[in-house]
Write a protein that binds this ligand. Structure first.
Ligand SMILES: NC(=O)c1ccc[n+]([C@@H]2O[C@H](COP(=O)([O-])OP(=O)(O)OC[C@H]3O[C@@H](n4cnc5c(N)ncnc54)[C@H](O)[C@@H]3O)[C@@H](O)[C@H]2O)c1
Length: 326
């Protein structure tokens, strides 16, 4: 199976993809290091047992699953546990789970004692193809997603696609939204594969292809000043919907699916996109009105003081940045 090196200004880090990787982590985890294993309470114990078997010195911190817990309150609790246990600067934070865990644990790692080493074992499709790559870590406030965060690349990302076997179907579909986004913004041939092939029969190949696309964007524009903003296609509306519904109605990818449809004007492209999203049981519209979403749309962080940016797709495989209509 392939592995990738992602280049960032702070470090280069490896992404290893291997079926069954959790069964032999010895070459990736150091038994001499003290690991802070951070996982939500829905991650199967099996994975935590496999991982901690390799690392004799560890502290496991679990938190309640869900987007509402990517929060100041849980961040505060975790930091207090690190202080309580006198966790030293030499310890390594090991996030085990989806994007919520990765973003939260990565943010903890970025600020505790001004930065601890940080690794991620992503166990959702969304995290394996997207959130574990590119170094963005963050927590939410009630009124805005990801509004407190930083760029803090991991030291290593270890992907075992077999962990997806225990992932609930809705979570698999959720990850498909970001994969469809990659096809829409960067690769029309990939989009056609998503329309026509059985993705789950060959998931490793689709994970790998997705990582190639994300790597391209984050290496060219690590700090989101230009082309990396293409990855935000669907996210202006998507983030607003998530916040408007207090992170209760939609999973992240579901909100992005609706946001992508809203961000396309061409009728033929919209139809192709909707059909592809429906193939993966993703939602494509919501009754909330622009007026309802407006306060949340204005929290979108892309752009600068003079102009907010909006990402649209006028040809499949090609995104563009336009001034925000909001
Ligand atoms: N940092 C980034 O660049 C970036 C990019 C995209 C999304 N995100 C963020 O990612 C988050 C969404 O991540 P997510 O979709 O992975 O959600 P998530 O982390 O909430 O995980 C979804 C659920 O699946 C469970 N789960 C995880 N792995 C499992 C497994 N193998 N078997 C059974 N259950 C499992 C979790 O316990 C959780 O209940 C959002 O907060 C979003 O903002 C970040």
């Amino acid at each position: 199976m392939p592995s990738f090196v992602i280049k960032s200004s702070q470090k280069q880090y490896e992404i290893v993809i291997e079926n069954g990787l959790l069964n032999h982590l010895e070459s990736h985890l150091d038994p001499a290091v003290f690991y802070i294993v951070i996982a939500d309470d829905q991650i199967p114990d099996l994975y935590l047992n496999q991982i901690t078997n390799t690392i004799p010195k560890h502290l496991i911190i679990r938190f309640p699953a869900g987007e509402t817990n990517k929060s100041m309150a849980i961040f505060n609790q975790i930091i207090n546990q690190l202080v309580f246990h006198n966790v030293p600067k030499s310890a390594c934070v090991l996030a085990v789970g989806g994007g919520v865990t990765g973003d939260l644990a990565g943010f903890v790692a970025s600020v505790y004692m001004r930065g601890l080493p940080y690794m991620h074992i992503p166990t959702t499709l969304l995290a394996q193809i997207d959130s574990s790559i590119g170094g963005k870590v963050a927590i939410n406030l009630a009124q805005a997603k990801n509004v407190i965060g930083s760029f803090y690349p991991p030291d290593k990302v270890l992907i075992d696609p077999q962990t997806l076997k225990t992932l609930p179907p809705r979570q698999l579909q959720n990850g498909m939204a970001e994969m469809i986004k990659y096809g829409m913004i960067a690769d029309d041939a990939f989009f056609h594969r998503l329309q026509n092939e059985d993705v789950f029969a060959n998931i490793e190949s689709f994970i790998t292809a997705s990582i190639v696309i994300k790597k391209h964007f984050v290496e060219i524009d690590e700090f989101d000043k230009g082309i990396r903003q293409h990855l935000n296609f669907g996210h202006t509306f998507g983030h607003a919907l998530e916040s408007y519904y207090k992170y209760q109605k939609y999973l992240h990818g579901e909100a992005i699916a609706i946001g992508m449809v809203a961000a396309v004007t061409d009728t033929k492209i919209k139809t192709d996109l909707i059909n592809c999203l429906h193939k993966y049981q993703l939602p494509t519209n919501d009754p909330a009105l622009i007026a309802d979403l407006k306060p949340f749309l204005q929290h979108d962080k892309k752009g600068n003081a003079k102009q907010m940016n909006f990402i649209t797709v006028s040809k499949i495989g090609h995104a563009e940045i336009i001034p925000s209509p909001f």
